[in-house]
Design a protein around this ligand. Structure first.
Ligand code: UDP
Length: 324
């Protein structure tokens, strides 16, 4: 059985749905601060509580035959991490230690960690592979970077085995529109653009048009949420089959500028999306594109969403049906 922390959040809930549909038995631990109980599929136990609550963790590990933890629970607003770093270090780093300690107490040794390309900081080379130097430029990225360091030390000293997955930009939703992206506040490019297309917002701000990129806007690598889910399942298989602890980038290996993304959103929705140029957003590197060849070769990962149009179509389906 898999304990999924943060399983009611955006990426976690898609993993839970994916693994339930692929013969796994997930249990979700989520404090519902940012997660949505509606995102947890029927039949999956949802335990509402904090991952830093050691007593609750002991109860969970005693009650359920858990052999692996897939750890999504985290705060993920870069800007907020700058203004309130304590919140990020205490939750993303310190509370993760409580999970790792509970695993040690209960002899659970497989851990899949949601890491991020934000652990790299400003790119020195593009595309970035896993050996790119790590110099995170905000407390969010640091809070995840620290966990990676803890995992390396724990895996050397104790029985823990881990896979850290460094996501680039997660995007899209369940192709059937049952679940999707829902943040409050929403800060991400694609959902905001689609809400402009729906008339729910008057315009979208384009943060920075003077970057050293072909059209002056930032370039990102967008990967479909179900392709991320697939990679988590393969990572779990690697550990369960006796594989070594490892780190993988997860991205599509294709870069799209903010304007490219907005053009595709207009094409998919067949509506005009009003753009207002604004100054750069603090902490945004100009270009983030993954090299994900290690995940393809070692995990056998084969992303199924090959272009951004297909990804945005699933996001649009969700926006039209959204129920949380
Ligand atoms: N962005 C933008 N307007 C918005 C939201 C995002 O121009 O309203 C830009 C942002 O500056 C970045 C890109 O879109 O260059 C992707 O941002 P998002 O917040 O979706 O993901 P991030 O790359 O920060 O994880």
């Amino acid at each position: 059985m898999i304990l999924v922390t943060g399983g009611a959040g955006y990426i976690g809930s898609h993993f839970v749905l994916y693994c339930k549909e692929h013969g796994e038995q997930p249990i979700v631990l989520d404090n519902l601060v940012y997660g949505h109980k509606e995102a947890v599929p029927a039949g999956v136990p949802l335990i509402v509580g904090d991952m830093g609550d050691s007593k609750l963790l002991d109860e969970i590990f005693t009650r359920y035959p858990i052999d692996a933890v897939v750890h999504f629970a985290a705060y993920a607003y870069v800007g907020e991490s700058v203004t309130d770093p304590a919140k990020y270090y205490l939750n993303n780093t310190v509370a993760t230690l409580a999970v790792l300690e509970a695993m040690r107490r209960h002899g659970v040794s497989n851990f899949i960690f949601s890491s991020t390309c934000a652990t790299y900081g400003n790119p020195i080379t593009v595309p970035m592979d896993e050996n790119h130097p790590q110099a995170p430029i905000n407390p969010y990225g640091q809070s995840k970077y620290f966990v990676e360091q803890i995992l390396k030390a724990y895996s050397l000293a104790y029985k823990l085995k881990f896979v850290a997955l460094r996501y680039f930009n997660a995007a899209g939703g369940d192709p059937e529109g049952r679940i999707g992206e829902s943040h409050d506040p929403e800060t991400h490019l694609i959902p905001i653009a689609l809400q402009v297309a729906q008339g729910k917002r008057p315009h979208i701000s384009v943060f920075g048009t003077d970057y050293d990129t072909p059209d002056g806007t930032c370039i990102r690598d967008y990967i479909h949420i179900l392709d991320l889910a697939q990679a988590h399942q393969l990572a779990l298989k690697l550990l369960r089959d006796g594989g070594e602890s490892s780190i993988f980038n997860l991205g599509s290996e294709q870069g799209y500028s903010v304007n490219d993304v907005l053009n595709i959103c207009e094409k998919v929705t067949r509506r005009t999306i009003k753009r207002v140029n604004e100054p750069r957003r603090a902490g945004d590197p100009p270009r983030l594109v993954a090299s994900a060849s290690k995940a393809r070769t070692v995990l056998g990962w084969a992303p199924t969403f090959q272009n951004l149009d297909a990804i945005i179509e699933t996001a649009w389906k969700w926006e039209e049906k959204r129920h949380y």
